[in-house]
Design a binder for this molecule. Structure first.
Ligand code: ACO
Length: 352
């Protein structure tokens, strides 16, 4: 049975740097509050109408393909993870396929909606396809354009200051070397707390103010539900909602738990980890996990300070940056771990 390894990796972030002071000009917040609670100093925002999520993803994918010394047409499958797609449908996977100039219809495009865990979920799917012998080369992209959907008033400050835009990508390829590549992956979900970190409008539940169809000048009918209404917009019901302390509490429990699972699955121990790359949710969460696991500073990689939380993109951006910085050598044991909305979480252990 073949195993899968990361043959190429790349990331792309928009050039537009937004500091904490920039945000403080729009809402009641401060550089001090943001840095103290989240560790974030700045984040990147896409250029509106020019840099969509699929475009950020395409830029990262091109770098990963160049790094893998491969052409887009050599891929067998595209997997795209995001919570901020260009369109409600179709998903970003087909847009990426088009933007990479792929005309071979044998290269399908799969979209993943697992928010902060999207990249680890995608990795487990890609690894399973490669192990089954179905595909040899899979492009996995995580990309987000959060800046298009945040509340820049004081009401939205607890969420808005955390998130940034960006994309990361890897090419996963088959190898017959059994001691290399993805050693184990575990993924989990618990929908009990789905609304504790969610953007529920627009959605097929009909919307919080779905009875306001009269605003459009017609009466509510048996078909009179709508994904979105003007009142939802004016009432600020279209933004993400987060119970911050509750998310924090769950995240710091689940990260060590799932990292322990992939270590147990491989018979390895935390001392064997050369680099832990956690989803960059909040620097305080990553530091808590590091402390709980007793890892040294040189065993972890954090870059949320520069990019904020980029959800599905955060792990591939951080990993690509660590590789570029020379922090990852052949033979190193890399652990990726994620927790986020759903709740969903997971981890993966990779021998580089
Ligand atoms: N600037 C200034 N004050 C703020 C801001 C802000 N940006 N946001 C909230 N506050 C205020 C609140 O209004 C509140 O004021 P009050 O006491 O007068 O009511 C006070 O700060 C404390 O609010 P809390 O929400 O209790 O603040 P907390 O200390 O929990 O920090 C935070 C908030 C940073 C969101 C924290 O809960 C957290 O890190 N949670 C984890 C969530 C997370 O990391 N999410 C990332 C996305 S999810 C993921 O990727 C897993």
């Amino acid at each position: 049975m073949p195993s899968s390894y990361i043959k190429g990796i790349g990331f792309y972030v928009p050039g537009n740097v937004v500091s904490n002071d920039d945000l403080a000009r729009h809402m009641e917040t401060s550089d001090e509050w943001i840095q103290e609670r989240t560790g974030i100093q700045e984040r990147r925002y896409s250029t509106k109408h020019k840099e969509t999520t699929s475009i950020l993803g395409t830029n990262a994918a091109k770098k990963a393909l160049t790094n893998a010394r491969m052409k887009a047409e050599e891929l067998d499958l595209i997997i795209f993870a995001t919570l901020s797609p260009d369109y409600y449908f179709p998903g970003c996977g087909v847009l990426l396929q088009r933007q990479l100039g792929i005309t071979k219809t044998e290269i399908p495009a799969l979209d993943i909606r697992n928010q902060c865990s999207g990249f680890v979920y995608g990795l487990s799917v890609a690894d399973a396809f490669i192990r089954s012998g179905m595909y040899q080369n899979i492009l996995l992209v995580g990309a987000e354009t959060h800046s298009m959907g945040l509340d820049f008033s004081t009401e939205g400050r607890n969420v808005t200051v955390i998130f940034g835009d960006g994309a990361g990508a890897v090419v996963l390829s088959a190898t017959s070397e059994t001691d290399r590549g993805i050693l184990a992956t575990r993924i989990h979900a618990d929908g009990t707390h789905a609304e504790e970190l969610a953007m529920i409008n627009p959605g097929s539940h009909g919307g919080v103010h779905a009875d306001d169809l009269t605003i459009f000048g017609y009466e509510e009918s048996e078909f009179g539900k709508t994904f979105i209404s003007p009142k939802m917009i004016t009432d600020g019901m279209i933004y993400p909602n987060m119970n911050g302390p509750f998310v924090f509490k769950n995240a710091v429990a689940r990260f060590p738990e799932v990292i322990g699972e992939v270590l147990d699955a491989t018979g390895l121990v935390k001392e064997d980890i050369d680099l832990l790359v956690c989803h960059q949710a909040n620097l305080r969460i990553s530091q808590f996990v590091q402390k709980r696991m007793g890892l040294r500073d040189d065993q972890v990689w954090n870059n949320i300070q520069k990019y904020g939380n980029t959800t599905a993109a955060s792990i591939p951006i951080a990993l690509a940056e660590a590789v570029e910085a020379g922090k990852v050598k052949k033979g190193d044991l890399i652990c990726l771990a994620a927790f986020g909305s759903g709740f969903t979480w997971g981890a993966s252990l990779i021998r580089w």
